[in-house]
Design a protein around this ligand. Structure first.
Ligand code: 5GP
Ligand code: MN
Ligand code: MN
Length: 321
């Protein structure tokens, strides 16, 4: 797949009157933030634009600019453009793939190296810390004014995908873009409080059980834990309440690989993180998933106990062979 320039992408978007925007399933801060920024920007250019989701916006992101998010597939008939954002494989928006294919032109903007070939125009850069950085560049290229709401959406995308500017994907450019967004008057305190200082009591209680179930392997280089529907029910919690727990598993001294396994619709969703040296994308790809070198995931259709053993073994083998 060869990239279309952002200049060209801008020109294609300018031609369109109706634009339907597709983030990946289980959208995160970067997916919602990038889509919200693009959608508001396209509306400021006089276009009809909506963000189509499979599910409601996750509660922890509901403070964001989600005014144009909808689950109504009929919101635009035969859009001029369908554009998938923060995902470049149709498996990441499979339930909406039919609708995506209604687009007269199909576009894709993403920072995941894995990529399909279902669209007409792509802009994929695996070196970008967040898709929000690409959207920032696109809007700048298009000379669109980045207002406070757009700036907040982009900032949230960058903050969440870099783990508050901690992950190795953070560059000087990340900080330069963040600085530009600050200049648009973002409410930084509001964003940080909502993203990071807002954990429910039941989440903390659930996390304490998850951490007490944690297993270490490979001489302490690997940490693994899991959550089942039973555990969630006991705390009246949902999977969303587990956001970020994989990072706690990774933050342990000496740990290089962390895996957090979640029971979801009868399958096991695996979240993996690497600290300094390893590549978890390799392991995710082996099981039909993907992601980045230091953050990747996959889905296993085996019981939780077996999945925990399998992933623990795979992650350990990486260090022992
Ligand atoms: P998370 O662990 O936060 O769910 O995902 C970490 C990273 O791995 C994200 O960048 C996400 O896009 C990617 N990822 C997670 N699950 C999957 C999957 O099933 N397939 C692919 N291709 N990527 C995934
Ligand atoms: Mn994402
Ligand atoms: Mn992203």
């Amino acid at each position: 797949i060869s990239n279309t320039s952002l200049n060209e992408m801008g020109a294609i978007l300018r031609e369109a009157e109706t634009i339907l925007i597709f983030p990946h399933v289980s959208p995160d801060g970067d997916a919602i933030g990038s889509c919200a920024a693009l959608c508001r920007a396209m509306r400021s250019e006089g276009k009809t634009a909506w963000i189509l989701l499979d599910e409601p916006v996750p509660k922890y992101l509901s403070f964001m600019d989600t005014e144009f998010c909808t689950q109504d597939r009929g919101i635009i008939q035969n859009p001029d453009i369908c554009i998938c954002i923060d995902c470049s494989e149709d498996s990441r928006f499979r339930e909406r793939a039919d609708k995506f294919n209604e687009g007269r032109l199909k576009l894709c903007i993403d920072h995941h190296i894995t990529s399909g070939s279902f669209g007409d125009y792509y802009y994929i850069d695996g070196d970008e810390a967040a898709t929000a950085q690409i959207i920032y560049k696109l809007l700048t290229e298009m000379n669109i004014v980045i207002d406070k709401l757009i700036a907040e959406s982009l900032y949230i995308g960058i903050s969440t995908d870099t783990g508050s500017f901690q992950h190795s994907n953070t560059t000087s450019e990340t900080h330069l873009i963040a600085a530009k967004l600050f200049e648009r008057g973002i409410d930084h305190v509001k964003i940080i409080v909502n993203l990071y200082n807002n954990m429910s009591y039941k989440r903390i209680k659930l996390e304490s059980e998850i951490l007490s179930n944690m297993q270490l392997a490979a001489g302490g280089k690997v940490s693994v834990s899991y959550v089942t529907q039973d555990m969630l029910n006991r705390y009246d919690a949902v999977l969303e309440d587990c956001e970020g727990i994989v990072d706690t598993l990774k933050n342990i001294e000496g740990v290089e690989f962390a895996a957090f396994l979640k029971e979801k619709n009868g399958s096991v969703k695996v979240s993996m993180r690497a600290k300094s040296y390893g590549n978890v994308d390799k392991i995710a790809v082996k099981f039909g998933g993907g992601g980045h070198i230091k953050a990747a995931g996959c889905t296993l259709d085996i019981p939780m106990e077996k999945a925990v053993d399998l992933i623990k073994q795979e992650l350990s083998n990486y260090w022992e062979n």
